[in-house]
Design a protein around this ligand. Sequence first.
Ligand code: NAD
Ligand code: WQD
Length: 336
Amino acid sequence: MAILITGGTGYIGSHACLELIRAGRQVVALDNLSNSRRAALTRVEGMVGRSIPFHQVDIRDRAGLEGVFRAHEIDSVMHFAGLKAVGESVGQPLRYYDNNINGTLVLLEVMRAAGVRSMVFSSSATVYGDPKRVPVTEDFPLAATNPYGRSKLFIEDMLRDLVRAEPGWDIALLRYFNPTGADESGLIGEDPNGIPNNLVPYVAQVAVGKHDKVAVYGGDYPTRDGTGIRDYIHVTDLVIGHLRALEKLASHPGLVTYNLGTGRGYSVLEMLAAFARAVGRPIPHEIVARRPGDAAECWSDATKAKTELGWVAVRDLDVMCADVWRWQSRNPAGFA
Ligand code: NAD
Ligand code: WQD
């Protein structure tokens, strides 16, 4: 039996394929290549020494998906496929709702028709909106502040409704904090299209000389050094959390929800200092105005995943930065 990885050539999906195969599982990858390249999976194939079945299919393409479920014996789905750029979602809300919400709806219908009722879903800490306090626990009130966040929140609601209405589904909602890092080999990593929106890929591109300096968004937050605090989590720890969640689903718990974070926050300046240690020289930066919509602090309480899944993130900020740097410095043009 195989695990279908939607978004399997993407940043997190490609690392999930690698870690699942390392753990002895069979995977089938699917992606429409709208934000990734087949080359990521080719690298993974080289690392594990075997080929990985890949289908270039859009999750909104019902017939295409049905073909994938017919071609393989799939018993669960890790659902990473989705558009994820917050700013872009504000300008193109219908594209985000169609891709993320409609795509997930079609996927669920095809899964049901194929008798597959186990899914690990990529949710996000974005569903907590601007949290009133930190650390954030899973029972915090849910809110969204942009179309991307609303798409994640709506999918969560859809999945909660489904499990309530149709017993037999087992679904894990995994709320990621700030995924970063890369496999320690330096062979795969995050390869964003265009100018990165997120802090770490931007810092990495400054370090290889693609941009002059990092704009630090806001130096006047009520935090220890005035800059925003986030819970950066290594992508390898993150995908190992998915394996633990999949094992949990085997005991038929219905719907379960976990934060995937480290349980501690680092400021932008602390991240820049850690990256400078990895590179061996300072990262040029300048404090500028706050970015609209940013929270001062967002970091997880990771106790629930530890207690119920036996999972904790073990890779610290220095490991995250060293691994990003190994990937970025050896692949300055990404997978191109
Ligand atoms: P990514 O863009 O690298 O990977 C997503 C993949 O999905 C891409 O390869 C893209 O081509 C594919 N895709 C998009 N729409 C598709 C469609 N309709 N049909 C088939 N494939 C499609 O992003 P990622 O960072 O690997 O994120 C994976 C998931 O995790 C996403 O759902 C994202 O919202 C969620 N997430 C990411 C972060 C983060 O900071 N990276 C944080 C929280 C949640
Ligand atoms: C981190 C910190 C910025 C860029 C986003 C999404 C969230 C989730 C993860 C998907 C903040 C600061 C950033 C820069 C900076 N994605 N920053 N200069 O905003 O916490 O979360 O990605 O679900 O939904 O909103 O991540 O990496 O953009 O920012 O100073 O050039 O770095 O202000 O404090 P964020 P980020």
